[in-house]
Design a protein around this ligand. Structure first.
Ligand SMILES: *[C@@H]1O[C@H](CO)[C@@H](O)[C@H](O)[C@H]1NC(C)=O
Length: 693
């Protein structure tokens, strides 16, 4: 009976959500030259920007002011819980297990569409930009990567999830994205909570992959429908013949998925259903990368669960890492979600890592840090010095923090290089490829399997996030034969966009964060104004005692009216995000504020930077006392004379020229020697929510 009621309530709530969203105004901020399903017009120069949103987790059962210990669903908290008194915030509740109220998702996407897409009424000379309307958009988004978990968690026995609800929530999020960013190509991904039960996905084709093809039919290319039904993954060209995205189904790599074998090797002669879906996906990944490479294209890889040794089955982890490293000249970026935290990881060739560990074993710092910061510290501190680094052996992947307020809600805006004149095309020479006998490869694989599965870390217990593979342990009893290195092609070039700033290279990102505690408090002020500081009480005070008496008669009606009015006022409020930090140099971030202001838009909309100036109480980002010298020299000593004002320096403390592998490795090394920088980095892992591990 209880379950029935809950299910009925869920259906009702979901339908209410749809009704609410349908009536919300369309934010026609970006007018693309095509419908959402069509590829980007080749004639238009790309904007060089894309958005990464992840882990939105809308929860239609979320109730403002309900008990946090009841999943923010119920009035009554669970008895005996220490946080039994904690109440659900209007926009969500940070640092809890509660999901996102739908209004947080809707308002966050609206904020991004209104603010992260750049308008300008000024004279920008972009002849190649098709201006859809007068005073049109200067800088829009080329695409949005959306790395999964678009349904609530299964965190409340009293309101169990169903497949139906999960799919409906996914449709709702899609509708929100399409409404906020009309015409912007989306690249959706399946997350571990987008299926029922969570984490468990059987090999396709199955009901889940078939449903998501339906839901995302406008965003998955039609020629990929079959691939998606098979495996839940697909490729999509985002700049025709130039740039593609590969949306991975990380559930077949994720070691919590008990329905798969974790990338076991395919037995000779097996076909179709006998092949492990993780193995099939990695085969597909390699084939596709090879195809894109031969077409001179670059690829962004994206998925939900990040490829750490702690998250993936060991074989999936090793082979995935091996493939992306061997296609270093083709993989221009890797983006994941799932962890709700903000981090980047350096991937390293297995042999190279092993070598480094032997050499550096004694140098590893004894001081341990718990959780993700500790794992990152281990990752970064064991990197070789710059001079001894063979960059061919490394890559980087990024984890973006979530909208769900596990910490503070967060959104990432990337920029990339669009100077096509400098296009890199991978060499067709096959000098790197050594042909191998198939049997030889298999033998090598088998040894790897035997030796690699049960291994111990030299660093003690590693958490879920730990990234590095552990070196193979010697087998007892058997003689340890030296493993034959698989002779597979390695495609690396210092001229490729992942290594040097050129066409399609990632230039960097800005990270946008919402102080949800502050904005919840603002709503509480509207709903329950304190007696002494709000205008409503001023009214009664002025009118004096007489009014109070008469008021008492109509007490209930008036209170009701007042409550409704306040509720209505609260409903009209919208969230706002602020700049948390950016990876750029100060010159690049503040380019539109310089004395020799370039006519190119900066990587962040100027209006948002102006807000940060205002917040810091500044007129200009640069220290004025120095500017006089500069003026006299007519800008000759601009770099020497102009200093960024102190309150703004935190935004650009990474100060990266681009986000190439070398730049990111340099940052990792700097984080290990600069204690202050590390401290800020650690706070940013948790979106500066105040959480400490
Ligand atoms: C893009 O790449 C070109 C070619 O390497 C380079 O000259 C240019 O400075 C890069 N653009 C940006 C904005 O960094």
């Amino acid at each position: 009976m209880r379950a029935l009621t809950a299910a009925a309530a869920a259906a009702l709530l979901v339908s209410q959500m749809f009704a609410a969203s349908a009536s919300s105004p369309v934010q026609a901020v970006f007018q693309a030259d095509s419908t959402s399903s069509a590829p980007i017009n080749t004639l238009r120069k790309p904007f060089g920007r894309f958005l990464h949103v992840t882990d939105l987790h809308p929860d239609p059962h979320y109730k403002h002011a309900s008990a946090v210990s009841g999943a923010c669903h119920h009035k009554k908290p669970k008895k005996g819980k220490p946080d039994g008194k904690l109440r659900a915030g209007w926009w969500g509740t940070a640092l809890t297990d509660c999901d996102s109220p739908p209004r947080l998702v809707e308002s966050s996407l609206n904020w991004a569409s209104r603010n992260l897409v750049q308008y300008s009424s000024s004279k920008h000379d972009h002849a190649d930009v098709i201006s859809p309307s007068a005073g049109g958009v200067d800088v829009g988004l080329d695409f949005i990567i959306w790395t999964g978990d678009s349904a609530r968690h299964d965190n409340d026995n009293r309101v169990p999830r169903s497949s139906k609800e999960i799919f409906e929530l996914n449709r709702w999020v899609l509708d929100q994205l399409e409404t906020s960013f009309p015409g912007v190509p989306l690249i959706p991904t399946v997350g571990n909570n987008d299926i029922f039960p969570h984490n468990i996905l059987f090999p396709g084709p199955n009901a889940v992959t078939k449903e998501y093809v339906q839901i995302w039919q406008d965003h998955i290319p039609e020629y990929e429908f079959h691939t998606f039904e098979q495996g839940g993954y697909y490729v999509k060209e985002i700049l025709p013949n130039r740039l593609a995205a590969m949306s991975l189904n990380t559930l077949y790599f994720y070691d919590n998925n008990k329905a798969v074998d974790g990338c076991v090797k395919t037995k000779r002669g097996s076909k179709g259903k006998d092949v492990d879906p993780g193995t099939a996906q990695l085969d597909w990944l390699e084939v596709q990368l090879n195809l894109f490479r031969s077409r001179g294209m670059q690829v962004h890889l994206l998925g939900h669960v990040p490829p750490t040794a702690g998250n993936y089955f060991e074989r999936c982890y090793r082979r995935y890492t091996d493939i992306v490293l061997r296609y270093q000249d083709t993989v221009v970026g890797q983006h994941f979600g799932h962890m709700n935290t903000d981090a980047f990881f350096i991937q390293e060739d297995e042999e190279e890592a092993y070598q480094q560990e032997i050499e550096k074993n004694n140098e590893v710092e004894a001081q341990e840090e718990p959780g993700l910061p500790g794992d990152l510290k281990q990752d970064y501190s064991t990197l070789p010095g710059k001079g001894r680094t063979n960059e061919d052996m490394y890559s980087v992947f990024y984890i973006a923090p979530s909208i769900i307020p596990t910490f503070y809600p967060s959104i990432r805006l990337w920029t990339y290089n669009t100077s096509e004149a400098a296009r890199y095309v991978a060499a067709h020479s096959s000098s790197l490829i050594s042909a191998v006998d198939e049997d030889e490869v298999e033998e090598a694989d088998e040894e790897e399997e035997d030796g690699g599965v049960e291994s111990e870390s030299p660093f003690g217990t590693l958490s879920r996030h730990h990234h590095r593979p552990t070196p193979p342990k010697k087998r007892k009893g058997k003689k340890h034969k030296k493993k034959k290195r698989k002779a597979l092609p390695r495609h690396a070039s210092p001229d490729s966009p992942s290594r040097t700033n050129t066409y399609l290279s990632l230039l960097g990102y800005s990270q946008w964060v919402m102080d949800i505690d502050e904005q919840n408090e603002a709503i509480e002020q509207i709903l329950h104004p304190k007696k002494d500081d709000v205008s409503t009480s001023a009214f009664t005070q002025e009118k004096g005692v007489d009014k109070k008496k008469t008021k008492k008669d109509k007490h209930d009606g008036k209170d009701d009216e007042e409550r409704k009015r306040r509720q209505h006022e609260a409903e009209k409020m919208q969230v706002s995000y602020r700049l948390e930090y950016a990876t750029y140099t100060p010159e690049v971030l503040w380019t539109e504020f310089g004395s020799t202001s370039s006519d190119r838009p900066g990587p962040v909309p100027k209006a948002l930077l102006e807000q940060e100036l205002h917040r810091a109480g500044l007129q200009s980002p640069f220290i004025t006392s120095d500017i006089q010298d500069v003026d006299q020299e007519v800008g000759a000593s601009k770099k020497r004379g102009v200093k960024l004002a102190k309150p703004l320096r935190k935004f650009t403390d990474y100060s990266l020229a681009s986000a190439t592998i070398g730049d990111m490795m340099d940052l990792a090394r700097r984080l290990m020697v600069d204690k202050k920088l590390w401290k800020r980095f650690k706070r940013r892992i948790y979106s500066e929510s105040g959480y400490l591990p």
